[in-house]
Design a protein around this ligand. Structure first.
Ligand code: NDP
Length: 332
């Protein structure tokens, strides 16, 4: 790889169909920005699955290099905040949707989208966490700001636990001392979720069965990555004055619920968004991940793949078939 010749996965649209190809680009092909980064790793997130398949229409213009996050080393910088050799991480800000993302060996981006590599994590580990894990930590921070404390007696629920956001949420919350119940639709993830620290496993179908407006109180707090009927089921069984951090919609965007849990039980439904996340908040979340995500979680939750394999994994993630996190190695 040189600045004059490097690999990128490029999406184009033809007659409404999105097609991907691996192309050789040079520095002059890159969009504007004040920092040039040699990309080491990128992640595969649910949104990348949408971009790669054209579902969800999240790509604003073509040609597009997808990949909503990456880690790497600064090669050139016109920003006073970074110099060549600095190791950096990028998440959010429409990268991989509006601006070229991480599925390229060289990326030119805006310095305000970057944060320095968090202390205690390496370039591969930050992408094992990626946008999914950062969002999991933003959920934890949000719940803490609404009264979550490790002395809580009740169980805490994580939905979509077999996926990227869910796995990091389970590992962090279990490590903080909570009794985490991991909801999953896949029996093959049970042992993995126990390894991450889950105290118990729940079949996700139990949550999505329609029921009374309020069921018996069970959950002291919840992280929901699924939305739809799953979230509706979670809301019905929340304890008095408890909170749900809701960040995903892998199970749908419609929400069929009533006002009763909110007005009679004081349930807080807290939306969590990682895309437009100010730098101090991102740095707080990364620093907490470095402290609170056990190192033993990285191996079971991570699969490292080549750029050429990304379209296949993009299809799999949309079908809910990916376990944990897929990390794309751009150095090969
Ligand atoms: P993954 O695909 O890795 O995980 C989603 C998990 O949800 C699956 O593994 C599966 O878990 C479960 N699931 C999938 N389909 C369904 C379904 N139809 N019904 C019930 N459960 C289902 O995705 P991520 O973890 O990366 O992302 C999860 C969600 O969070 C996505 O909607 C994504 O867009 C969103 N997200 C939001 C962010 C934000 O800033 N708000 C940032 C990152 C992600 P299992 O098999 O274990 O049940």
């Amino acid at each position: 790889m040189t600045t004059e010749s490097f690999k990128a996965l490029v999406l184009n649209e033809q007659a409404g169909e999105v097609q991907s190809s691996i192309q050789t680009l040079s520095k002059d092909d890159l969009p504007e920005g004040d920092v040039l980064v040699s990309v080491a790793y990128s992640g595969l997130n649910y949104k990348d699955g949408l971009a790669l398949t054209g579902k969800g229409k999240i790509v604003r213009s073509y040609p597009m290099v997808p990949g909503i996050d990456f880690s790497g080393t600064v090669v050139e910088s016109a920003s006073p905040d970074y110099k060549p050799g600095d190791q950096v991480v990028l998440t959010g800000w429409g990268v991989g949707e509006r601006y070229w993302g991480g599925y390229e060996q060289l990326a030119r981006v805006r310095s305000e989208w970057l944060v320095p590599l968090p202390e205690g994590l390496d370039l591969q580990q930050v992408m094992s966490i990626g946008t999914a894990g950062l969002t999991a930590m933003l959920c934890v921070l949000t719940l803490e700001e609404h009264g979550l404390v490790p002395t809580m007696e009740r169980e805490l629920l994580v939905t979509g636990a077999g996926g990227g956001v869910g796995g990091v949420a389970v590992a962090v919350l279990a490590n903080l001392g909570y009794k985490v119940v991991a909801a999953t639709g896949r029996t093959e993830t049970h042992a993995y979720l126990k390894d991450l620290g889950a105290h118990d496993i729940l079949d996700r179908n139990v949550l999505s069965v329609a029921g009374k407006p309020m069921e018996k109180e069970r959950w002291g707090a919840a992280v929901d990555t699924v939305g739809g009927d799953t979230l509706a089921g979670v809301i019905r069984s929340m304890a008095y004055n408890s909170s749900i951090a809701a960040c995903g919609n892998a199970g749908g965007i419609a929400l069929n619920t009533t006002v009763l849990p909110f007005i009679l039980r004081g349930v807080n439904l807290l939306g969590v968004e990682s895309v437009v996340c100010p730098k101090p908040r991102r740095q707080e979340a990364w620093s907490r991940l470095s402290r609170d995500l056990p190192r033993s979680a990285f191996e079971p939750m991570t699969q490292v793949v080549k750029l050429e394999d990304v379209p296949n994994y993009g299809r799999q993630i949309l079908k809910g078939q990916v376990r944990g996190r897929i990390v794309v190695d751009l150095q090969a």
